[in-house]
Design a protein around this ligand. Sequence first.
Ligand code: AMP
Length: 376
Amino acid sequence: MTRGAPSPTLQPGDTVGILGGGQLARMLSLAAASLGLRTNIFCPDDACPAFHVSDSATIAAYTDKTALQNFAGRVDVVTYEFENVPVDAVAILEAAGVTVRPGAVALEKAQDRLVEKQFIRSLEVATAEFHGVDDLAGLDQGLQNVGRPAILKTRRLGYDGKGQTRLTEQDIDLHASFEKAVAFAWAEVGAAPSILEAFVPFEREVSIIGARAADGAIQLYEPIENVHAGGILKTSTAPARISAATRAAAERATIAILEALDYIGVIGVEFFVLPSGAIVVNEMAPRVHNSGHLTADACAISQFEQHIRAVAGWPLGDPSRHSDAVMENLIGDDVKAWRDIIREPNAALHLYGKKEARPGRKMGHVTRLTARSPAK
Ligand code: AMP
């Protein structure tokens, strides 16, 4: 590869730099290896799941300018496995002459829930009603605007249901007054800049894993149906139980997002499906996505390979699914069932190599396959 090219196309043997060293980076690294590419994982923690399966590691803070510059000199393109990478880190990498895919714009939009919702609305795609909240008075005003029940979420650094709290009639009864319930909710989010969202009475949740290549070509995996417990994804199922019209609307929204961001790589877009079949975007993740893990076993080309192909400047693969699949996350002590799971037929077990099974921690997943059901 010609280093510093604005639109790099990697050759086998070249190196993909990955910011973040969790299970997503681990699975990206495995996919890169299958394609003859190397990886260098940049992670502040010296015990990252991705280090076990990468060619090289850079252990440094995302704010360490010198480490970022050295990293830029050792890799041929950079991508990331999580959306909370500081945008400044991307700027430092780009100034050092390496291309970052997807770029800073996608990160900026996805890092702030308020900016993200405004962006989605600007594409004429529906979101929950929302109100930016900077203080208690703003929360009060927000509740008048969006109504109850509502969910208060921090604008930044929330994930897996963290940094959010609900405001329902029961909460108000529990706290004996509206004022106390509101003050409690505000304290729960750490009095940080937040967004108040109307609670969406959804029938189900689905996601689309989409990909856009350097030449603008787009491929979408079929919608996947997701069930959350306590704000954390529990299962993902394909096919999703939605109509052709709902699927088409979710696909249109995903394509609009990919194009508006001039995106290169895989994106996960989460939707609420209303009883009418209408869709509402919950959020987007500018990276491979937990709900797309089933693509590794149910499709010839996984979301991980698809992302590596895109960031390498290669053509995208065919996202079609050959089997029906249910992916179950193994969270905390769930992972103890691995000895039973490994004996199940048609069950693909993936363990992330994390030492300690803390509550709420994603330790692995299993994807159970069955014959593909006839298309409806
Ligand atoms: P989030 O971290 O925003 O993806 O939220 C995690 C989960 O909480 C979602 O997948 C939903 O199950 C639920 N949730 C979040 N926001 C809303 C909302 N506005 N209305 C209903 N449920 C929500």
